[in-house]
Design a binder for this molecule. Structure first.
Ligand code: ADP
Length: 607
């Protein structure tokens, strides 16, 4: 069986090795054992069921929650030369009949449908007479009320085991919590399932956190790092989407908005413009994302702090599904904490407690000064194996530890005491930096011995340090107005017995800023000019076939082509991500494009 699986992986997808746990997941299905596979986004879950589906004799049923996801996967499989179809409510009776006849003549390998359709009476009877290899349940966390995306229709899948007692069921999700995992097994009534849980860290994502200042300029700086590439910018409120979008358009960026206040049609149009790469950046509320399988999203920017690390991991996780480097940049303001806290005020006590714990978790992620990958992994109960992730602002050295952290912290803590522990962070930062704000003069706080002690620094940086000291437990915030007070741990600093870590962003042009390891590896040996030329060819093919560009070839395959520069079809087949069907369909066009590129380069060596 392993041989068959390897052959299918290479012939259809053009891959010669497995990603972590893929082989085990495929084995479970082929051996007829129920399974739950938990891998992060981009972990290669789809192949875990698609490869066995093409090697097994019958039809594989794939349950999926959204038409857009089904369409994307069916298009991708078809382009790899695999017989896959979907049935959904948007299809005409003729189209549906066509699918049924393909099942009847046993020429179909994968059928995608919604849980409602699978469990409808007529369909169950029909399937009982067909040869079903196994049932794959994609986005299986939708079955659990503990998950972030519960769907009542998914609950009905609990009946499958009674209806098809002998058919293997395999469930796939990226949701990490153990509670959800257990609930999936319970709800689906899986029989002694093989549970495979991967590592949640995604080393290709570079995490960065900055305080929000001039958000338009900050967002532009990120977009400028990824010219002509795709990205998502999340805002908390609709009106922020509209104003940021207007600001970016005025500066000439290719952007479109997406939020729940727009009509369905406008939303659909903008989503398609983004997927088909007619628009580079989508500015959206979190209403945007589910059902977007676009693999080459190179950055996800948050212009405000989300309410939990779960939310952040999910939203930022839409970057870099193709496993190539991508950037997740979070701009927060200490005020975001207050906004979320205010919104949680009316929750029932228990729910509020949970929500506040989550809020504190993301806030300490923002203000803390430890490796972001480590902090996210720990939050989900795992740890990083290596000391440095080489892929976050802390480990890449974009932030530097200030040298006189103890003295600086002592100045801040003393000021809080001089202010009788009655003021918040913003006010304290103004006093420390020597502001002439009328409130300070009215309160005669310009007379304090700690007034202007940190006047060499901006008020934003001092504010950041106050937040960092809070996250590290040296300062506490209490009451509705988040009044600062010095904790017992803070007193150890005042007595000179502890040194906190205080960070400050390095200047942008610092020569020490490094590329992440993923970026270095994925561009290694790639002719960037050729990559751009191939991107243009890919767009043309995609437009002709009316499928998204990333389905024609992923960015990873395109970079491998621009690295290997194949000169004939045999060499083209060696490219990772090029199987037989892609080679037959696009081989000639790509080889010609490579040849033309070289000819032009040789005749114009300076272009
Ligand atoms: P998930 O569903 O877990 O988010 P996907 O199935 O979309 O992940 O796969 C993520 C990316 O990894 C895709 O671009 C896919 O082509 C690629 N991939 C999957 N399996 C392999 C493999 N064995 N070798 C190389 N790349 C792979």
């Amino acid at each position: 069986m392993l041989q068959k699986i390897r052959a299918a992986l290479s012939n259809y997808w053009g891959y010669d090795s497995f990603l972590p746990l893929q082989r085990e997941a495929m084995d479970a299905v082929c051996n007829g054992r129920d399974s739950i596979v938990v891998l992060p986004t981009g972990g290669g879950k789809s192949l875990c069921f698609q490869v066995p589906a093409v090697t097994m004799p019958g039809l594989t049923i794939v349950v999926s929650p959204l038409i857009s996801l089904m369409k994307d996967q069916v298009d991708a499989l078809t382009d790899c030369g695999i017989a896959a179809m979907r049935i959904d409510s948007s299809m005409s009776p003729d189209e549906r009949d066509n699918v049924i006849s393909r099942i009847n003549d046993r020429s179909l390998k994968l059928l995608y449908l919604s849980p409602e359709r699978l469990l409808s009476d007529g369909f169950i009877d029909f399937l009982k007479k067909s040869q079903v290899s196994f049932i794959a349940i994609d986005e299986a966390h939708c079955v659990s009320m503990w998950g972030h995306d519960f769907r009542p229709e998914y609950r009905q899948l609990g009946g499958l085991k009674n209806i098809f007692p002998d058919i293997t069921i395999a469930a796939y999700t990226a949701t990490a919590t153990e509670q959800v995992r257990k609930d999936i097994a319970l709800q689906l009534k899986l029989k002694q399932p093989e549970t495979l849980v991967g590592l949640f860290d995604r080393p290709n994502l570079v995490y960065k956190v900055r305080t929000r200042r001039s958000i338009l300029n900050q967002v532009c700086a990120v977009i400028d790092r990824y010219k002509h590439e795709s990205g998502v910018v999340y805002c908390i409120r609709r009106k922020d989407v509209d104003s940021l979008c207007a600001g970016l358009s005025a500066k000439g960026y290719s952007v479109a908005p997406y939020h729940a206040g727009m009509s369905d049609q406008d939303r659909k149009t903008n989503q398609e413009l983004f997927i088909n790469e007619k628009v580079n950046t989508i500015v959206a509320t979190i209403a945007f994302g589910m059902g977007i399988d676009k693999s080459n999203v190179r950055y996800v920017v948050h212009t405000g702090m989300p309410k939990s690390l779960e939310n952040y991991q999910q939203e930022s996780g839409r970057a870099g599904r193709d496993r190539l480097e991508a950037e997740c940049c979070l701009f927060y303001s200490p005020g975001d904490y207050g906004i979320w806290k205010g919104l949680m005020r009316d929750m029932p006590e228990h729910a509020q407690e949970i929500a506040m714990t989550k809020l504190n978790g993301i806030y300490s992620y923002c203000t803390g000064a430890i490796c972001r990958h480590r902090e996210i992994s720990r939050y989900f109960g795992q740890d990083l194996e290596k000391d440095s992730c080489d892929a976050c602002d802390v480990c890449l050295g974009e932030l530097k530890c200030i040298k006189d952290a103890m003295v600086t912290a002592q100045k801040i803590l003393s000021c809080i005491i001089r202010l009788e522990q009655r003021f918040g962070a913003a006010y304290t930062a103004l006093v420390l930096t020597g502001s002439r704000d009328h409130r300070i003069l009215d309160n005669q706080h310009d007379q304090l011995s700690t007034y202007a002690l940190l006047s060499d620094y901006s008020k934003q940086i001092v504010h950041d340090w106050i937040e960092q000291l809070t996250a590290q437990g040296y300062i506490a915030k209490t009451g509705e107005y988040n009044v600062l007070s010095v904790t017992p741990k803070g007193w150890t600093v005042l007595k000179g017995n502890a040194t906190p870590r205080l960070l400050q962003p390095k200047r942008k042009d610092s020569p020490e800023l490094k590329l992440s390891k993923a970026a270095k590896d994925s561009w290694d040996g790639v002719d960037r000019g050729l990559f751009e030329a191939l991107r243009a060819v890919r767009s043309r093919i995609a437009a002709e076939k009316s499928i998204p560009a990333y389905i024609v070839f992923g960015d990873a395959a395109l970079r491998d082509m621009a690295r290997r520069k194949p000169a004939n079809l045999d060499e083209f087949l060696q490219v990772k991500g090029v199987g037989q069907a892609k080679c037959e369909q696009y081989g000639r066009t790509i080889l010609d494009a490579i040849k033309n590129y070289h000819t032009n380069k040789n005749s114009n060596p300076h272009t």
